[in-house]
Design a protein around this ligand. Sequence first.
Ligand SMILES: [Zn+2]
Length: 236
Amino acid sequence: MQLVDSHCHLDAAEFDADREQVIARARAAGVRRQVVPATAAAGWPKLREVCRAEPGLHPAYGLHPTFLAEHRPGHLTELEAWIVRERPPAIGECGLDFFVEGLDQVAQAHYFDGQLQLAREHGLPVVVHARRAVDAVIAAIRRAGNGSRLSGVVHSFSGSPEQARQLWQLGFMVGLGGPLTYERAQRLRRLAADMPLEFLLLETDAPDQPDADIRGQRNEPARLRRVLDVVAELRG
Ligand SMILES: [Zn+2]
C-alpha cells in the first residue's frame, strides 16, 4: 500500500514533541508521502525545515484565510519569491472561510485571488480551504482561470454533489478525510461512495479533524488508513 496524505499540518506545534515518531507511524501504515500546507508567512521557514528533515514531506507555501490577522499585503510578493526559490509542488493553504466570525471577506478575497493569480503564472496547483464558501471559491477559480486552466484540491470538502461536480469540471479534486468516518455525515458519505475516484484525494488534516475512532484526540497521518478503509467500505 502506497498512500499520500494530501493535507497534513505536520509542522504544527502539536507535533513538536514527537514528530519523528508520528512520521514513523505514518510510514508503517503505508503513508509514504505527505503534502504539508502552510498557514502564514511567519511559519514558512519552520515548514521548510520540517519538510527537509525527512524524505516524502512536500511543503506548500501560502496564506490560510483563517490566519488573516497575520497576513500583510507584502506577503503575496514574498510568497512569489518563495515559490520561485523553493519550487514547491503547490500553493496553499489558501481560500475563503465564511464560517469563522470576524474574518473580513473582502480581505480574504484579496489574498485568495492573489494566490490564484500566482498559481496561474507559475503553473502550480492550489490547496484550497472552503468553509461555508464553496460557491464563492468556485466563482473565484472561474474568474482567475480566465481561459487557462487552474488545478488543485478543495480540501475537507463539505459541499453538495452539485458543487463537487462544478469543481471537477474546473479541473479540481476534492479532499476527504476524518469527517466522513462519522455516521451522521450522510451527504459526505454518499459522495465518497458514488464519486469518480480520479477526483478523490485522501487527507487527514492532522492534527485536526480526527476520525470517529479517535474523536477528541490529536489526529495524525497514520490515521489515513482509517479514512481509506471507510471509503472502501462505503464503496463496497
Ligand atoms: Zn489545513
